[in-house]
Design a protein around this ligand. Structure first.
Ligand code: CTP
Length: 222
């Protein structure tokens, strides 16, 4: 979409994470999750249409970023996503953490295929680095950090605790209990909670419209 007026995010550089991460077990297997990246890519397109330069760090997804204002960095694992984000965040005015990052990764990556036996198989997992929490620690006064929380229960309590723990300016909460919200669908139903404890519930909308609601909140901090 071309616009005549300058976008509301023109002159801003925004780091956006999207999609799942894949944590390698062996050359043919990984631990992943159901994220498709649709929400993160919708935010990236909407930010670019508002004039931002978007640095999109994406896990493995089947999506294209079309807007020329988006520079895409493809990564596979949580570790790779962390390295990429840590090197890019310093030059950005905002970070939007929409990726579904694995919380654990196999302690040991097997170099060759793990063979089937009749015994139970134990795979030991170690925690990954919390990218958002680290960016929250590094955040300067001129930077805004936006988190996501996908919850199944105690949604607002959990979201508020993440907002605080990761030093987000605001958090976008979606509940898997809401029909039309969550993985793979083109719609989402969000609640935005900010660090001043303002809370706003939104209707079920297309992910594109949800992206615009998130941008409306983001520009309050510009
Ligand atoms: N996040 C991240 N790096 C991680 C885990 C999460 O950047 N290793 C970010 C997500 O992108 C999201 C926010 O942190 O913006 C909350 O993610 P979530 O998985 O809900 O939080 P966790 O701290 O992993 O809590 P939970 O125990 O509910 O999984």
């Amino acid at each position: 979409m071309t616009r005549n007026r300058p976008g509301r995010l023109s002159g801003k550089k925004i780091l956006i994470t999207a999609g799942p991460t894949h944590e390698k077990i062996d050359p043919v297997r990984f631990i992943g999750n159901y994220s498709t990246g649709k929400m993160g890519f919708a935010i990236a397109e909407a930010c670019a249409e508002e004039g931002a330069r978007v640095l999109l760090v994406s896990g493995p997804v089947h999506l294209e970023a079309v807007h020329p204002g988006i520079t895409r960095f493809d990564v596979t694992s949580a570790g790779e996503m962390a390295d990429q984000c840590f090197s890019l965040f310093g030059e950005c005015q905002a970070g939007i953490m929409s990726a579904a990052v694995a919380d654990y990764t196999p302690s040991k990556k097997h170099g060759s295929k793990v063979k089937r036996t009749d015994d139970n198989l134990m795979i030991e997992l170690k925690p990954t680095q919390d990218i958002a929490a680290e960016l929250g620690r590094r955040k300067r006064a001129d930077q805004v950090l936006v988190g996501f929380a996908l919850e199944t229960d105690q949604e607002e309590v959990n979201a508020r605790s993440k907002l605080k723990r990761k030093n987000f300016d605001f958090i976008v909460l979606n509940s898997l209990k809401d029909k039309g919200a969550g993985f793979g669908v083109d719609t989402n139903k969000i609640t935005i909670i900010d660090s001043d404890n303002n809370i706003r519930h939104f209707e079920l909308k297309s992910k594109r419209e949800v992206a615009l609601d998130i941008i409306d909140k983001l520009v309050e901090y510009a």
